[in-house]
Design a protein around this ligand. Structure first.
Ligand code: ARG
Length: 611
């Protein structure tokens, strides 16, 4: 059982309120409260909301659904929120809100500093493990995905009231460290770090640059892939010596970490992604030995062909496996966690379990979310089960919020033309270049200073990349298509920014004319629709939170931008003699902009002032 129930307060929206009223009406008529669910209408031309509960209960009650619906409707007699409540077809209840109720809601949202966002009922401490970059290995498009989704969830959970700690969980401890040490020792054998007797001094300036790492790492990986046994053995040995504390290797490793981390932080900053912690896998290292001892003491560690494993499958959880000789056997599923390899090394899973112990001790999170590729699902299943078995966390406190892959046009994981993975830094510069071109093509940003134009282009580029991620469900495999992401039309980041800039410019012009936003009084269909959209923010945020799914927020923000566009086409804001009308419409523009900008911020985007 999770230690917490996820509930919200300070939340109000028509859907929830009407559902509550309908539920009590059903209860009063002797039915179950759960059928009183009210949803947005399937026919927005006929009504705002609908409830199908009468149809659901009539059959079992051997009653006429239209009669049941009429009884439920009678409970809404005199309800000032409603303009009308109709019984349609076989027994649907169709709710149409009054202008007054919508105006009141709009004004309430306008005076709410949270613009309709809910708050969690119980503040939790949540750790979000995302990004997951590695020393020396360049970040690629897959790392972009976890960074963007993680950043958005971090911001959303925090805004809804949780205490959130975002950890990069820097990959600074595996075999790649040994690879780099050996690779470097071949290139620059004269560096003092390779002397077995090295004890310092430790130069503050790194003799190793990012370019060195970028050259050595791919070369060494290629040798491992090509099964260069000598190299692999040397890399393993160096890794082990590093982990055992050989001073020269430690000093070198420190350089690798610093150089990589600085470069990574630069790329992340350009994307508006920020971590509260840059703990590395190495930071869990001191926890590994005592943890192994503890697992042993608890009888969870089992010898298996010279290695030490933890069995995590429950009785009966098996899958079929084909052996080399063609025979088929049943093996436990998930397979056991490899805690200590036959060479005596701690593995990726060991580090992750030790990290849980460390986080528990240092932070005591109520919930840990891992925003990591779906292809690591089994790994996390092994890690979480081990942690639960050993009592390092309570069932439900560890959660893998997995993400799918970013594919190329051929449907396989995205590659550059030369077959390599596209590096994050290159990707960002490509996007900025494209944003520049698009702005010029569209005749946008012409009056801007050079700096302001560059800032706008950067914001457009980031919005294009991030919104493309966020508008898909995190598990969806989607196709990377920078041209489409960068369009000012359709469901794209640049479209959202463009609508925000239009709103800003209306408000700026209004200011120049001495006009100000005032009390909102809705009357036109497009105004009603816009207020209903604004009212849906609460629910969109709750769903985003509960499902760890920023695409729900992304969808809300997109529909809001569309709703504004429709409103602006139908309802002139700055023209005419009616001062109250102009003030009301300006009020609606200002409210919409505030909610849009909050939504953008929770996705990690920001709109320029001008374009
Ligand atoms: N560094 C890993 C990778 O690039 C991801 C780390 C994810 N987080 C974790 N706690 N294992 O695949």
């Amino acid at each position: 059982m999770p230690a917490f129930t996820e509930a919200f307060i300070e939340s109000r929206d028509f859907k929830t309120e009407l559902s509550a009223s309908a539920a009590s009406a059903f209860v009063a008529e002797g039915f179950d409260a759960s059928v009183g669910r009210v949803n947005a209408s399937d026919r927005p031309d006929l009504a705002d909301f609908q409830c199908n509960g009468a149809l659901a209960v009539a059959k079992a009650a051997k009653a006429n659904p239209r009669e049941v619906a009429a009884k439920i409707a009678s409970h809404f007699d005199g309800d000032t929120r409603l303009d009308k409540l109709e019984i349609a077809g076989p027994g649907f209840l169709n709710f149409t809100l009054s202008h007054g109720a919508l105006s009141d809601r709009a004004n309430a949202l306008a005076s709410d500093p949270r613009i309709g966002a809910p708050k969690v009922a119980q503040r939790r401490k949540v750790m979000i493990d995302f990004g997951g970059p590695n020393v020396a290995k360049e970040m690629h498009i897959g790392h972009l995905r976890t960074a963007v989704i993680g950043e958005s969830l971090k911001r959303t959970l925090r805004f809804l009231g949780d205490e959130v700690i975002g950890d990069a969980h820097f990959g600074d401890w595996g075999l790649q460290m040994g690879q780099l040490i050996v690779g470097l020792s071949e290139e620059q054998p004269d560096l003092p770090y390779f002397d077995a007797g090295f004890t310092g001094p430790y130069p503050a300036e790194s003799p190793v640059t990012l370019a060195d790492l970028g050259r050595i790492y791919p070369k060494s990986s290629a040798r491992i892939k090509a099964k260069d046994a000598d190299f692999l053995a040397a890399a393993r040995k160096a890794t082990k010596e590093l982990q055992d504390g050989r001073p020269g290797y430690r000093a070198l490793w420190q350089h690798f970490v610093v150089v990589s981390r600085e470069a990574l932080k630069r790329d992340y900053a350009a994307l508006g992604v920020e971590f509260d912690l840059w703990y590395g896998e190495s930071d869990a290292d001191p926890y590994v030995e005592p943890m192994i001892a503890d697992l042993k003491a608890k009888g969870l560690l089992v010898e298996d062909n010279g290695a030490q494993v933890v069995h995590v499958a429950r009785p009966g959880e098996t899958r079929k496996k084909k052996l080399d000789d063609g025979s088929v056997v049943e093996v436990p599923s998930p397979p056991p966690l490899l805690a200590v390899s036959s060479e005596g090394s701690a593995m990726y899973g060991t580090t992750d379990v030790a990290t849980i112990v460390q986080r528990q001790k240092e932070f005591g999170p109520d919930l840990s979310l891992y925003i990591v590729d779906q292809r690591q699902a089994e790994h996390f299943e092994q890690v979480f089960r081990t942690a639960y078995l050993a009592g390092y966390a309570q069932e439900g406190q560890l959660e893998h919020a997995a993400n799918g892959t970013v594919n190329g046009p051929d449907g396989t994981p995205f590659k550059t033309r030369d077959g390599g993975t596209l590096k994050l830094g290159d990707l960002i510069s490509q996007a900025v270049e494209k944003a520049n071109a698009r702005l010029h093509e569209a005749g946008l940003g012409e009056g801007l200073s050079e700096d302001a134009f560059a800032d706008t282009a950067h914001k457009v580029a980031v919005a294009a990349l991030k919104f493309a991620e966020l508008s898909n469900h995190r598990l969806t495999n989607y196709i990377f298509d920078l041209d489409r992401f960068m369009s000012f039309e359709g469901k794209t980041g640049p479209y959202l920014l463009y609508q925000a800039v239009r709103m800003k410019s209306i408000l700026r012009k209004a200011g120049e004319q001495g006009l100000a936003a005032g009390l909102i009084a809705v009357a036109e269909p497009a105004e009603r629709e816009l207020v209903l959209l604004l009212d849906g923010f609460d629910n969109a945020l709750k769903e985003t939170y509960l499902k760890r799914a920023p695409n729900i927020l992304a969808d809300h923000v997109y529909r809001l931008a569309q709703g504004f566009s429709k409103f602006y086409a139908a309802c002139p804001v700055l023209v005419g003699e009616d001062a109250a009308l102009k003030a009301s419409r300006l009020g609606l523009v200002s409210l919409t902009l505030r909610q849009l900008e909050l939504g953008l911020d929770l996705m990690g985007l920001s709109a320029p002032d001008q374009m």
